[in-house]
Design a protein around this ligand. Structure first.
Ligand SMILES: [Zn+2]
Length: 385
């Protein structure tokens, strides 16, 4: 049970009424479990009693799984949810690498069910200042299961795995809860609706609705299910556009583009070495002069391949041109060209990395995995200067 009051005097009155009601109904109050929390910026401590027994005033209290702090801020709940989710995420990673068979689609499903659900718990009534602590957990998990280096950004990881941002999922939850209050008010929710107090939660929803291009009267005119569908779709569209803007034009024009669906190659292959090689090639972060240049601030136009051809060491160069990989290319890649005899190299580079056809993707994966080994062997004999 929760007793709410706007003033200490009001709360003391409520406690007296509670004590009387308990005596009448022969109920016993558990004083050690009962706590008082005063939401205020001032650090004032009051003395609270019920039936002559003291009740502690505490700085924070967990109610129905949500950690409320006396400051009225959500920092404590964010930290608490993050810590709980992180434990689950680490346990899942450990399972993924041992009995989980390195199968990414299953790991993502379990992550959504067991870890994201913990991050989202209570978020429908929240007003978080920043979602970054939550996004970091998702990013680290995706990076670990794909075994790719930190230079692959959150947007790229989410593009490959088809994961919306945690922020998007929180907004969808908040709107779903808000619509429940509007369209199907039950219990105490009618009281929330007639309350004129403009909470930060209400203001945040109103601002977000406007930024998504909706108005409250329009949303109400749509009805609950249509409104929720339209808002959810708009949130995911905006999220996906943000992802694309981080990837560059090559991905925006990809023929296999579908918002928030896992890449096909994740379903067909669970060999980490091949999956990692293909992911790195797709985002042009293979071990190369290009990647080293990024860390050493060497311009992309000066990141020459050690093959002395004067070409930049891109994934496209490795795939189609570099003399280091001629025999690998003859084995894995050249046979794939026969289907398109008149197309140029730019087309082939995009086609082979597009992951449209799983047998082709499998050959390209094998090529890049072998190319990484070949380059490592060559460089160990003749280190880059
Ligand atoms: Zn080369």
């Amino acid at each position: 049970m929760v007793l709410l009051s706007l003033s200490p005097v009001g709360l003391k009155r409520l406690l007296r009424v509670l004590a009387c009601n308990c005596i009448e109904d022969q109920l016993v109050i558990n004083h050690s479990k009962s706590k008082v929390i005063v939401f205020s910026r001032k650090r004032r401590k009051y003395r609270w009693q019920v039936n002559g027994t003291s009740i502690n005033q505490v700085p924070s209290y967990r109610y129905l799984g949500i950690l409320f702090h006396k400051s009225g801020l959500w920092r404590s709940q964010v930290e608490s949810a993050r810590a709980i989710a992180l434990r689950s995420s680490k346990a899942l990673l450990s399972f993924f690498c041992s009995k989980g068979g390195h199968y990414v689609p299953s790991a993502i499903r379990v992550f959504t069910a067991k870890v994201i659900s913990k991050l989202l718990y209570g978020a429908q009534v929240s007003n978080y200042n920043s979602h970054l602590p939550f996004e970091i957990i998702q990013t680290k998990f995706l990076r670990s299961i794909l075994a790719v280096p930190p230079c692959i950004s959150n947007a790229k990881l989410r593009y490959i795995t088809g994961m919306p941002s945690i922020e998007s999922q929180i907004w969808i939850l908040k709107f779903r809860y808000w619509m429940k209050l509007i369209f199907e008010p039950v219990g105490l929710s009618p009281l929330i609706l007639i309350d004129n107090f403009q909470s930060k939660w209400k203001k945040s929803l109103s601002l977000q609705l406007t930024s998504l291009g909706f108005s409250i009267p329009y949303v109400i005119s749509l009805g609950r299910s249509k409104a929720l569908l339209a808002i959810t779709q708009r949130i995911l569209d905006v999220d996906f556009q943000n992802v694309l803007s981080c990837l560059g034009p090559r991905f925006a024009s990809s023929p296999s583009l579908k918002p928030f669906t896992s890449a096909q190659f994740l379903y067909h292959l669970s060999i980490p070495r091949l999956r990692k090689a293909f992911t790195m090639a797709k985002f042009d972060v293979l071990p190369s002069a290009l990647l080293e240049g990024r860390f050493n601030r060497i311009p992309q136009t000066e990141s020459y391949c050690p093959c002395d051809s004067g070409a930049i060491e891109t994934a496209g160069h490795v795939l189609l041109e570099c003399r280091f990989y001629t025999s690998l290319r003859s084995h894995f890649i050249i046979p794939l060209f026969q289907k398109f005899p008149s197309r140029d190299k730019k087309f082939f580079a995009q086609y082979l990395l597009a992951d449209i056809n799983s047998p082709i993707t499998c050959k390209v994966m094998n090529f890049f995995a072998a190319a990484i080994d070949t380059r490592r062997d060559l460089m160990s004999k003749e280190p880059l200067t």
